[in-house]
Write a protein that binds this ligand. Structure first.
Ligand SMILES: [Zn+2]
Length: 373
């Protein structure tokens, strides 16, 4: 059974009407899975109770208290202006953390894959919020696993943005961290370049793969096949935490990437096959994704792939009706339908860039670790 962690309360992580991170994304994903009848194949579980102390595995006491105070006040910003405070923001963000920790707990207890769509807060740092992220559930998951004796953990981050918070927190840790994203030259947070390789024990365990804007499936999957897969085979993690943001989608309003809906299915299926080869556990957490037209379909599709289930290409009618009533926009009719307004992948430059980047990274990483590729 695949675990699907969900709570009706997930939508309380709500920065307000005009904010691009829409709270409807959770319910719409849950409902689409339900209408597809997927919960006969997925074990739907609620986030478990964890003591608030768990946050201190990563975050400073001062920062946790600051979030609590802002959560009581319910106004102003937690950072420089991207991440508004709202009433209950402490409880709402802690619930998402609990969701990720529940997914991790299920995966290690049973060996089965687990998904928490309300996770992936990779911009949150030890003592600061950033980029819509309050607590870094990914780094917390790593520390939680380390406390339980896990020594080989990998974090794969395929969100369009660089996971600067995760990188900062785990920079000197020999957890393998691979981050594919749109280059910081063009996109927030402006970090994640190939020469950011980690420090101390962590040197060579931070692998940044910055892609050019308008990179499509071919370029993205090239980086996966040539770098991510060999690195995972070499490192042989006991467990992988995959931050799977959907803002790499071609119609996403905040980024400039050009992936199609099918790219996510390919990405997850190649990871599933390599992980079964090396008997690694797999936890998928959410991430960015600012187009409701794509986000629920992607998360339902990858949950189905994990459960080895084929979905009908036609989207269930009840979901379409509810989507259109709630969102006031045309809903997708088909599983693989693409946004007509989406960016087409650019020809030439992004591919040339990734091929050269792959060669440089292969050389550099082999210089550090010996022959990997
Ligand atoms: Zn993102």
């Amino acid at each position: 059974m695949v675990y699907f962690v969900y709570s009706q309360e997930y939508s309380r992580y709500d920065f307000g009407k005009s904010h691009p991170l829409r709270p409807e994304r959770y319910y719409l994903t849950y409902l689409l899975a339900k209408e597809y009848g997927l919960f006969s194949k997925l074990d739907l579980v609620e986030p478990e109770i964890f003591s608030e102390e768990v946050l201190q595995l990563v975050h400073s006491r001062e920062y946790i208290d600051y979030v609590k105070e802002m959560s009581r006040r319910g106004e102003g910003y937690l950072d420089y202006g991207d991440t508004p405070a709202f009433k209950g923001c402490f409880e709402a963000s802690f619930l998402h953390v609990r969701g990720t920790l529940t997914a991790v707990k299920k995966a290690i207890e049973t060996g089965e894959p687990a998904v928490n769509i309300a996770g992936g807060y990779h911009h949150a740092k030890r003592s600061s919020a950033g980029g819509f992220c309050i607590f870094n559930d990914i780094a917390l998951a790593v520390k939680y696993l380390e406390e339980r004796g896990y020594r080989k953990i990998a974090v794969v981050d395929t969100d369009a943005h660089h996971g600067d918070g995760t990188q900062e927190i785990l920079y000197s840790d020999d957890v393998l961290k691979i981050d594919i994203h749109e280059s910081g030259e063009y996109l927030y947070p402006g970090t994640g370049f190939e020469n950011e390789l980690g420090v101390g024990d962590g040197y060579g365990y931070m692998v940044n793969i910055p892609l050019l804007p308008y990179s499509g499936d071919t370029v993205f999957l090239k980086a996966v096949y040539e770098l991510v897969i060999p690195l995972i085979k070499w490192y042989r993690p006991q467990i992988i935490i995959h931050q799977l943001g959907v803002d790499t989608y071609r119609g996403d309003p905040l980024t400039h990437m050009a992936l199609s809906i099918r790219a996510y299915e390919k990405l997850v299926s190649v990871l599933i096959s390599v992980l079964s080869e090396i008997s690694s556990k797999y936890v998928v957490v959410g991430g960015g994704g600012y187009l409701l037209y794509a986000v629920p379909r992607v998360y339902v599709m990858i949950s189905a792939a994990l459960a080895e289930t084929k979905l009908s290409k036609e989207i269930p009618l009840k979901w379409i009706k509810l989507y259109e009533k709630k969102i006031g926009e045309r809903a997708p009719r088909f599983l693989y339908e693409e946004a007509t307004w989406g960016r087409e992948p650019a020809k030439g430059f992004p591919e040339k860039h990734v091929l050269a980047l792959i060669e440089r990274l292969k050389k550099k990483l082999s210089d550090i670790h010996g022959n990997i590729f």
